[in-house]
Design a protein around this ligand. Sequence first.
Ligand SMILES: [Zn+2]
Ligand SMILES: [Zn+2]
Length: 251
Amino acid sequence: MRRAVCGLLDVVFPDECRVCGVPLNSKTLQEVSRIPVCSRCLQDPEPLNAEFFCVACRTPFVNRHPLDESGRCALCRLGLNGFDQVYSYGAYEGTLRALVHLFKFEGVRPLAPKFGELLALVVPREQRFDAIVPMPLHWRRRWRRGFNQSELLAREIARRWNAPVVKAIRRKRATAPQAGLTSAQRRDNVRAAFEPKKRLDGMRVLLVDDVLTTGATASACARALKRAGAAHVSLLALARRDRRSVGEVAA
Ligand SMILES: [Zn+2]
Ligand SMILES: [Zn+2]
């Protein structure tokens, strides 16, 4: 019985940081103690750094070969990205990845304000948005998870940019997991998945997502926003997969 009570307390008040494992005491514990992460890990995620970026989608590259004279990558040149601009904070690895997992898969929702701070660092203050649109989840997945992580992030930005959160897009069918598919297969997988449910005529829209991988999902959603009438679609993501780290030079 006593053990059961202690076990329960461990779940409610975990005694070690869920990222690095250091014991949490009054010194290391976040003031907002509902986050089971030490203050050092919370401060750890750094902005993604690279010498070469596409000026439009901000994809990092190891050299400038994939970029044309105007500084755009092949996908942007060919118009394959449905969005006009991308802002993202860090690489999807290390501490940031661990924090995103806690947030998304273990429901540590009190991380949202912290993520909001990081997101606010990468969006130029002078940008004006008429609508902040969270990347939708299929209703079944949302129901299972209990929340849409992108919506929590969108609310953080909406508050700071004084713009409304607009759930403008419906996710029509549960797409197969993207992992393990080629870029082309990913595009096919998501092409038909998004459907506008509100008009956004002439609006400047900020689409908010937690993680940007190949951009195929975000692209498809951005196209749906354009079909709804949006004049300009920027994408904001907390983390993006940095393909440079696995030696793949994306073109
Ligand atoms: Zn830690
Ligand atoms: Zn690009």
